[in-house]
Write a protein that binds this ligand. Structure first.
Ligand code: ZN
Length: 410
């Protein structure tokens, strides 16, 4: 038995030539996931309903961009690209679905599940569905810190109304992880590393088509990994073949092992394997039915059927402003003296480099510039002999910051 395990590990190492997908959902389930009795936040004015067979289910999404650096504060276009990928992958509209091998083509399913960015926030304000919040944490561990304001993250929006997606920097190699259905509401949702989210932007080479989110959202909708997280395991889905273990990179078809039920081998192009983004392209009908079962009456995702959070007409107030990266505090770095001034005013900085390239402008109280100088560093003197006595504003600025000093000319 030991020998077999060693052989398997060696085989895995040999194949591990490129970056390997690391999904944190299994570790998360072991360490942080607790099933709970749901504290219902249901709005009883709208009675619950069951799914209508094959209806298109549209899930309102909020993307919490939890950033410490401008790189982590991903663009709106990058977020939009991820919503596009989700809608293509879940509706079988992804172009690379054409690459599904003929032997598996009949198994590929359109889940008839779609995603929309929220247009109304939990307080009834308008939103574009992207909640940009600054954090002082340079990164988070895969242990839910990003899901709570108290630990530097952002609190979940009501998970009965929204799919919460936290996009942040996750420490280590984990690309993302999901909370499966039935867990604690305030931890419900998925977490995705900022450099594997979406299909446009600055992304990791092997994970640049938004499939990390496709995969994690499917865990959030109750799917297991296709190998059932066990050697020759079963994922509980009838139309996915039994698989020896996970695959990564881009295997070629057919990939047969001694667990393969027939010559078709592994369904390594399934979104629930661990292959590279460019090599996964399908859900099966069985996976579709499993995910949709969570929307049935009494099931964990049922309340989302009644969410109207993508209806902009429901908003009754303007949006909350986005956070930006706070400017560094610069206490007394630049000083101006004497003040009041008779003839020469000195601009002094503790670090003379601070002044290089900045512009000093003196304006009268009508706002008209009466003196402008580009600073070269060191102590700078401005001669103000020609100014009439009175109040002036001296502004020292560059593209990044602007400091104002009120000065009195005698
Ligand atoms: Zn996974």
């Amino acid at each position: 038995m030991k020998f077999i395990l060693l052989a398997v590990l060696l085989a895995l190492q040999v194949e591990n030539a490129g970056a390997q997908r690391v999904c944190g959902t299994d570790t998360y389930k072991l360490d942080h996931y607790k099933k709970t009795l749901r504290q219902s936040t249901e709005n009883f004015r709208i009675p619950p309903r069951d799914t209508v067979p094959n209806e298109i289910i549209t899930i309102p999404v909020v993307v919490h961009v939890v950033f410490n650096t401008s790189l982590q504060n991903i663009s709106t276009d990058q977020v939009l690209s991820q919503i596009e990928v989700l809608n293509q992958d879940y509706r079988k509209l992804n172009k690379d679905n054409a690459l599904v091998p003929d032997a598996f083509k009949a198994f590929a399913g359109d889940t008839r599940i779609m995603f929309c960015l929220a247009q109304v926030d939990p307080e009834g304000r308008a939103t574009n569905g992207i909640n940009r919040r600054y954090t002082s944490k340079p990164y988070f561990n895969a242990d839910d810190g990003m899901k709570f304001k108290a630990s530097g993250g952002v609190d979940a929006w009501d998970p009965d109304q929204y799919l919460n997606i936290w996009v942040c920097s996750i420490f280590g190699r984990v690309l993302g992880y999901a909370a499966p259905p039935g867990g604690e509401l305030k931890k419900d949702g998925v977490v995705i590393n900022y450099d594997v989210f979406g299909s446009r932007g600055s992304l990791q080479r092997d994970f640049n088509k938004g499939r990390t989110t496709t995969h994690e959202v499917a865990h959030w909708l109750g799917l297991q990994h296709i190998w059932g997280d066990d050697f020759c395991g079963d994922d509980g889905i009838d139309d996915t073949p039994r698989q020896k273990s996970y695959n990564f990179n881009c295997p070629s078809f057919p990939r047969k092992t001694d667990c393969s039920p027939n010559d078709n081998g592994d369904m390594f192009m399934n979104f629930m394997d661990l292959t590279s983004d460019a090599c996964m392209n399908m859900f099966t009908h069985g996976q579709k039915n499993k995910m949709r079962s969570y929307f049935a009456l009494g099931a964990a995702r049922n309340a989302l059927l009644r969410s109207n959070r993508c209806d902009a007409s429901m908003a009754s107030a303007g949006p909350l402003p986005d956070d930006t990266i706070p400017k560094k505090q610069q206490p007394d770095v630049i000083s101006v003296y004497p003040n009041p001034v008779v003839s020469d005013i000195t601009i002094h900085s503790k670090d003379s480099k601070t002044l290089i390239g900045k512009t000093a402008t003196i304006r009268n109280n009508a706002g008209v510039a009466v003196l402008t100088k580009t600073l070269k560093g060191g102590d700078e003197k401005l001669n103000v002999d020609m100014l009439k006595p009175g109040f002036y504003i001296l502004t020292i600025e560059d593209n990044a910051e602007k400091l104002n000093f009120k000065i009195i000319k005698l």
